[in-house]
Design a protein around this ligand. Structure first.
Ligand SMILES: Cc1cc2nc3c(=O)[nH]c(=O)nc-3n(C[C@H](O)[C@H](O)[C@H](O)COP(=O)(O)OP(=O)(O)OC[C@H]3O[C@@H](n4cnc5c(N)ncnc54)[C@H](O)[C@@H]3O)c2cc1C
Length: 428
């Protein structure tokens, strides 16, 4: 049987592994290890915060290795998951279909979304677990004409205890993440190799013959008839660059900025994150307790249970890139204006909750939806394959998105990875 190497095991990689195993002998190479949810006592960490020892977001990795923090040249915090399941293990469980941009360039993913909704349980049945402040903020958004919509979740309501720790990994197994697809692939015979850091793709006479990857101190060549690159929006472009394939300076990251206020006893840190979403033209607004800001931003004061926070997630302009030396990403003036606009709306929501604008405080900008550096255009709508790549090398992650979604991308990445897997079967 022909061999396929899949690089990465997040939304895109796990999907490709599941779809291809059987037709190919699939080996998944994953830089991280087995995922474990964060189970340490949050109250103890809250106390640690008081000592002032938590000063750099990167420290989170020491206590929660699956969450990797890097910083852009200007210090902007970038969050991703490393380990089986990739960043899906850290997701808030939001399950939105966001393929409008792809449809516009001629990519119709209806069939793939139909499959997804048969495979991944999605429901909006969590309203009854909302705390009082969340109900009030929903009503405030509705009264302001922001059209809030209850967020569909890839969460099994029967198993969910509404602990609010989705982004720290679900310890109840209630939240769907891409390890479910990986397990299916493994059951059908796929090999999953952890701690395997792919450095480059070996290309000979216009064909990918395999990849070079490091495990510990050792380097190894993994031979392949097909390579599917799904190391994420920050991982895939670096591997391509190391392999002599230049990407576009088109990086988006979906920056998140939270506006927060002290609200006695609101307990948002212990309820489902992003319970509803208000869509604006260039950003969304949603209640979200930002653990990173709480632990590392000095304006966020202990205890967590008294803070209420509203997130602005921006669809940023595609400017910047990631290279061997790191990430170069700045927010444009337009991005900043849009964040200001979102901030003002959040402050107005707080006013309706009885909080003065002057009493709100800001979170630290952080971002976790990178992509865009090998964007699909109308030209590739049929092939889903950039001509810069050898015929038997496909990319299957958010690197292919033409623009930032400013919205949760997992389902759309999965749909695209499903379609790309079909192309792999047709052409390799
Ligand atoms: C805190 C947070 C919450 C989020 N919540 C949601 C949500 O609710 N809903 C939603 O739709 N989206 C959410 N997202 C975004 C979503 O999780 C990611 O956009 C999505 O998982 C990206 O999928 P991917 O396959 O492109 O990459 P990833 O899921 O990041 O997977 C990439 C994998 O490749 C591996 N890798 C990287 N480099 C290498 C290498 N050189 N060699 C081998 N392996 C490598 C990584 O370890 C990783 O496992 C959230 C993101 C964050 C940070």
């Amino acid at each position: 049987m022909k061999k396929a190497i899949v690089v990465g095991s997040g939304a895109g990689g796990a999907t490709a592994a599941k779809e291809l195993q059987g037709e190919f002998e699939v080996t998944v190479l994953e830089a991280g290890n087995t995922f474990h949810p964060f189970t340490a006592n949050l109250a103890a960490i809250e106390r640690l915060k008081k000592t002032g020892l938590l000063f750099n977001e990167r420290l989170i990795q020491a206590i929660f290795p699956a969450m990797r923090i890097s910083k852009a040249a200007n210090g902007m915090v970038l969050v991703k998951g490393e380990g089986f399941g990739g960043t899906t293990t850290l997701s808030a469980g939001n399950a939105l279909r966001m393929d409008g941009d792809l449809k516009e360039i001629g990519i119709d993913l209806d069939a793939e979304f139909k499959e997804i909704y048969q495979e991944i349980p999605v429901s909006s049945n969590h309203e009854k677990s909302w705390h009082k402040t969340t109900r009030q903020s929903y009503e405030a958004c509705r009264d302001m004409g922001l059209n809030p919509v209850v967020t569909p979740k890839m969460i099994d309501a029967a198993k969910c205890i509404g602990c609010g720790k989705c982004v720290l990994g679900c310890s109840r197994g209630a939240k769907w993440d891409s390890r479910r697809y990986l397990d299916e692939a493994a059951l059908k015979g796929a090999h999953l190799i952890p701690n395997c850091h792919v450095q480059r793709i070996v290309i000979e006479k216009g064909r990918a013959t395999g990849v070079i990857a490091g495990r510990g101190w050792r380097q190894r060549f993994y031979a392949a008839d097909l390579v599917v690159l799904a190391a994420g929006g920050l991982g895939s472009p670096v591997i391509l660059e190391n392999s002599g394939i230049k990407c576009d300076e088109n990086l988006f990251i979906d920056p998140v900025l939270c506006v927060a206020a002290k609200m006695e006893g609101c307990r948002q840190a212990g309820e489902i994150p992003m319970p509803f979403v208000a869509q604006r033209e260039h950003f969304i607004i949603s209640p979200y307790f930002d653990f990173l800001s709480f632990y590392f931003n000095r304006d966020w004061h202990y205890p967590a249970g008294n803070i209420y926070s509203l997130m602005i997630k921006l669809a940023d302009t595609n400017t910047g890139g990631i290279h061997r030396k790191g990430v170069k990403k700045y927010l444009s003036d337009t991005d900043r204006q849009r964040l200001d606009e979102g901030t003002e709306i959040c402050k107005q929501i707080f006013e309706r909750l009885g909080v003065r604008k002057a009493d709100t405080f800001m979170g630290t900008i952080n971002a976790g939806h990178p992509g865009g550096m090998l964007p699909l255009t109308e030209k590739e709508a049929q092939s889903l394959h950039d001509t810069r790549l050898p015929r038997n090398l496909f990319v299957a992650d958010a690197t292919l998105f033409p623009h930032s979604l400013g919205n949760p991308p997992i389902l759309t990445i999965i749909a695209l990875a499903k379609r790309i897997s079909k192309k792999c079967l047709e052409h390799c």
